[in-house]
Ligand binder design. Structure first.
Ligand code: MF3
Ligand code: CO
Ligand code: CO
Length: 265
């Protein structure tokens, strides 16, 4: 399957869906507190999306049962919201939401802290956020997809962290998961070449300990670190523009100043 180059109409539709996904994370933020169970958060997320004319993309996707993925502490990704999973002081948690609005997909996730967290947890969050930003700075026409994973893995490993390689970013927009696969650990100047109109996610998962993933045998989804150490993830949906990058899921204006990137490797 080739990498889809989106036309103007598709870009506008994916931009709207991506913005709604970003707003969904802002909406849920004040509810992410000690004592709350993750099924409650999932229900609020589903209602918010539906109130805005969207459908949660994860619901019934390959049998996935919920409207978001909520992944605390040692859960790398695909945590299934449940009544039993109650957030507590000191936890870190990723909330990952994907909207389908008028048929178009937008995919984003970020970390939340529950009350006060440890310095080591805070350092992991900051480093992971920086990994996503470094990856975004590599997005421009003519650059190699591999350079996204190159800068992410170089930075994370220099900090003593490991990079999850069993889950990747992906093309997105017309379908949930399109080509290409966007690796977060890669060699310099490898892979496909970015072209204007490509839309994909960058979603590094960074671990305190070992990189390996262990998927829960019982639910078939929950992906945990093999050593039960902490894992963090941030995700944005990005568009390759003629000049550089537009971060479609950014609703906080964090990336409005980065239309052109010439970040050196
Ligand atoms: N939102 C996730 C991603 O970033 C995918 C979740 S698929 C699910 O690609 F089925 F687990 F929900
Ligand atoms: Co994604
Ligand atoms: Co996602």
């Amino acid at each position: 399957m080739a990498i889809i180059i989106k036309n103007q109409e598709q870009i506008e539709g994916i931009r709207k869906s991506s913005q709604l996904a970003g707003h969904t994370l802002n909406f849920i933020a004040p509810y992410v507190k000690p004592g709350v169970n993750t099924e409650y958060l999932d229900n609020l997320i589903e209602q918010f999306m539906r109130d805005h004319g969207a459908i949660p993309a994860t619901l019934n996707y390959n049998g996935y049962p919920k409207s978001s993925c909520i992944s605390p502490n040692n859960v790398i990704c695909h945590g299934i919201p449940s009544k039993e999973m109650v957030l507590k002081e000191g936890d870190i948690v990723n909330i990952d939401v994907t909207t389908i609005l008028n048929g178009y997909y937008g995919d984003t996730s970020r970390m939340f802290q529950i009350g006060e967290i440890s310095k080591e947890a805070n350092d992991l969050l900051e480093a992971t956020k920086h990994c996503l930003n470094l990856g975004i700075q590599q997005v421009r026409p003519g650059n190699y997809f591999g350079n996204i994973g190159y800068v992410i893995s170089r930075y994370a490993q220099a900090k003593g962290y490991s990079v999850v390689y069993e889950f990747c970013g992906h093309g997105v927009g017309i379908q949930f998961h399109e080509d290409p696969q966007v690796d977060h650990i890669a060699r310099k100047n490898t892979g496909a070449i970015m072209k204007p109109g490509m839309i994909f996610t960058i979603e590094p998962m960074i671990n305190m300990g070992k990189a390996r993933v262990s998927v829960d045998k019982h639910d078939g989804w929950t992906a945990r670190t093999v050593d039960n150490k902490l894992s963090a993830q941030y995700e944005h949906t990005v568009l390759v523009t003629a000049e550089g990058v537009e971060v479609l899921t950014d609703v906080d204006g964090m990336f409005s100043m980065t239309p052109i990137n010439n970040a050196a490797l």
